[in-house]
Design a protein around this ligand. Structure first.
Ligand SMILES: [Mg+2]
Length: 484
């Protein structure tokens, strides 16, 4: 048995599109939620409170202060209808399966009328791709509820409130209300992964060039990376020694499509100067763009693997615009895969019941055909004067009808059981929204995006250490329904 087969599921790298690591010469890493794992509850609570304070400072009712941060309410991959104050979970066929107005679940009829009765345009809604969106949208849901129960106290539309929310969050980041607090107590806000350095060193030893490409600014990046890697290995006392290139304030996703030049960060003073025609190890760069990075380093797009957690900002753009290969870190998988493993028997029994339903349904169809055929023949017999045959057939139909009713009732019962079992299984993964990747037994919209844009994906970046840096990741994924 190979070492990989012994891995737990949450330690594995999953393959959507075959990727030969032997062809990869450079690996770029995002920082937040990729190299740096956050203690999300602590961080989101901080962001929630800091942003809420900005609402009150800006003249919103002071009683908003009583709003509570609820870390478990939301998951990533949801959509926000900013006009109506609703939050939606959508399956891969753009069918809205769950919808909430604030914290109130919309009934099936309302949900259907609003979202499923005509073609659903996902781009009209805000996609909750990043972890930072969780506390943001939760605060939005709290204010939506407040506006409902206190009509007239906030004289704005939901969309205007959302625009304020965005503004206040940016302000909280810019004025240090969030970051200063994080950097004061990094051990409270970050989870150190002791395998991170091991993974990076193994990859470097294999001759790959590593680079850091983050939207965070230099002081924050330096503080976080020092906390994560500063004393992780005596061979690399400075975290910058792990990375051939360090690019901060990159402005992704614009980085992948734009033409901004690189600036050198003069680290002592944090000032910028225009960078000369090359990128050097040990220096810090800001801005830039992907095409220029390729030109200056000599790496082709498909020789670069980019590792990030943000499906749009890190993955969709890097793959779509410059053809970089992509590894998506989906942190939630760690917990979810454990849970889903636990729930495997439940899923199997759901599929068994679905099989039984199909058999039952077929039997019912056969009965119905027989009843229809008997009725037709009875009429013909009676019309031809053979009353006895007609009556005989109708009498047989009485019995068949009874059987059909029993089957019908059985079918309804099985259907209800299946529905119940699916709902229970979902609620076991997350009480409100179910699994990140699934909607019932269907794929979620998020799962569809992961499949389309991430060449490979895994729960945490250090899982790469379980695989050779020259590993050929092979997809067995291109099988169509007619090939099974
Ligand atoms: Mg990130």
């Amino acid at each position: 048995m190979s070492k990989r087969n012994k891995l737990e599921k949450w330690q594995k790298v999953f393959v959507n599109r075959s990727l030969n690591m032997g062809n990869i010469r450079a690996i770029g890493f995002d920082m937040d939620h990729t190299l740096a794992m956050y203690n999300r509850e602590a961080f989101e609570a901080l962001a929630f409170r800091a942003t809420l304070q900005k609402f009150i400072d800006a003249g919103y009712p002071a009683e908003l202060e009583g709003l509570q941060f609820k870390p478990e309410f939301l998951i990533r991959g949801l959509l926000v209808d900013m006009d109506r104050g609703n939050i939606l979970k959508v399956d891969g066929h753009k069918y809205v399966k769950t919808a909430f107005h604030g914290h109130t679940r919309l009934d099936k009829e309302t949900r259907h009328k609003l979202y499923n009765s005509e073609s659903f345009k996902a781009y009209e809604f805000l996609s909750m791709d990043s972890f930072f969106a969780l506390s943001e949208v939760q605060l939005f849901a709290e204010i939506v509820d407040y506006m409902k129960s206190n009509p007239g106290k906030i004289q704005k539309s939901f969309r205007e409130v959302y625009a304020d929310l965005r503004k206040f969050i940016d302000k909280s980041h810019a004025d240090g209300s969030i970051k200063d607090e994080v950097l004061r107590n990094p051990e409270k806000f970050f989870i150190r992964d002791r395998h991170l350095a091991t993974m990076l060193i193994r990859t470097m030893d294999a001759g790959k060039h590593l680079f850091l490409l983050t939207n965070s600014n230099w002081p924050y990046t330096n503080a976080v990376m020092t906390f994560l890697l500063g004393d992780a290995s005596s061979d690399f006392p400075d975290w910058r020694q792990y990375f051939r290139y360090v690019i901060v304030g990159s402005g992704k996703p614009g980085f992948f499509t734009g033409s901004q030049p690189f600036y050198e960060v003069v680290t002592q003073s944090n000032l910028l100067t225009a960078a000369a025609g090359s990128l050097e190890q040990g220096k810090i760069y800001q801005g830039g763009n992907a095409q220029l990075l390729q030109n200056l380093t000599g790496f082709r797009g498909d020789e670069i693997l980019y590792v990030g957690d943000h499906i749009y900002g890190d993955i969709i753009r890097s793959k779509g615009s410059v053809n970089w290969r992509t590894l998506l870190v989906v942190e939630e998988l760690e917990k979810e895969l454990l849970k889903l493993e636990e729930l495997r028997p439940a899923l199997q029994s759901i599929y068994t019941r679905i099989g039984e339903r199909e058999v039952c349904d077929e039997e019912l169809q056969i009965l119905r055909s027989k009843i229809a055929s008997n009725a037709r023949q009875a009429k013909i017999a009676t019309d031809r004067g053979d009353a006895r045959k007609g009556q005989h057939l109708l009498a047989e139909n009485e019995k068949l009808l009874e059987k059909a009713h029993e089957k019908q009732a059985l079918l309804v019962g099985i259907d209800e059981e299946i529905k119940q079992a699916i709902a229970e299984r979902e609620a076991n993964v997350h009480p409100v929204w179910g699994s990140l990747m699934k909607v019932g037994l269907e794929r979620s919209r998020f799962a569809n995006q992961v499949e389309s844009y991430a060449c490979i994906y895994t729960a945490r970046v250090s899982n790469l250490r379980f695989y050779s840096p020259f590993k050929r990741f092979t997809s067995y994924h291109d099988i169509l329904p007619h090939e099974v």
